[in-house]
Design a protein around this ligand. Structure first.
Ligand code: ZN
Length: 213
């Protein structure tokens, strides 16, 4: 079934650069290098969230949406590489990633059903790029229960929908600093809720790091 699905997806979305349509690349090197990032940060409730790119930019939106809705994991790896590039502009996070010995990178999980549908968690793949590049440990041990998608819900409803959705299944996080990774931040409700759970598990500090906002 997966193979048939892949075949159909390949027909619908052939391997071509998202930007210039050059064959054999999801995003060719020249186009990748031309992508302008817009590193920024914002506080959402109790969590500070750094983001590398502007979701309103056409190529950024296309990258995120094609990755998720056409289920192309390679595009999540590209987002991860761009995030590594964007992180160079954030002294605070760069210092943690380079020097912190008690750091843990934690991706925002998908629910089990969503993971089955998509076949991969884009946030995990983005987090893996960071983990590999900076040689920092990653723990994919946050679990998410089934909820309605956050997209399509407004403000308070997003908060209510995500409340209680996460469970930390790893060891006690006493004294550890956490970089919580997601693909896109909108209202910050997801990151704030996950951060709350990690702090309850003992984390000393939780910072959000996302590809786009
Ligand atoms: Zn290109």
């Amino acid at each position: 079934m997966k193979k048939i699905l892949r075949f159909v997806l390949d027909l619908l979305f052939p391997l071509r650069c998202l930007h210039c349509r050059r064959a054999d690349y999801w995003l060719c090197q020249p186009c990748l290098e031309k992508i302008k990032l817009a590193p920024t940060y914002e506080r959402f409730e109790k969590i500070l969230v750094f983001s590398a790119a502007d979701y309103q930019k056409k190529i950024i939106k296309k990258l995120v949406r094609t990755c998720k809705f056409s289920a192309i994991p390679e595009l999540a790896e590209i987002m991860g590489k761009l995030l590594v590039r964007g992180v160079q502009q954030f002294p605070e996070i760069l210092d943690l990633l380079k020097n912190e010995s008690d750091l843990l990178i934690v991706p925002i999980p998908l629910s089990a059903r969503r993971l089955r549908e998509r076949g991969f968690n884009q946030s995990l793949l983005i987090a893996q790029e960071l983990s590999n590049y900076f040689v920092q440990p990653l723990a994919n041990l946050l679990k998410k229960s089934e909820r309605r998608p956050q997209s399509g819900l407004a403000g308070k409803k997003r908060q209510a929908n995500i409340h209680g959705a996460f469970l930390w299944t790893g060891e006690n996080l006493s004294g550890r600093k956490i970089i919580l990774v997601d693909d896109v931040v909108t209202t910050g409700a997801t990151l704030a809720e996950a951060a709350k759970v990690l702090k309850r598990a003992g984390a000393k500090k939780v910072i959000g790091l996302v590809f786009a906002r």
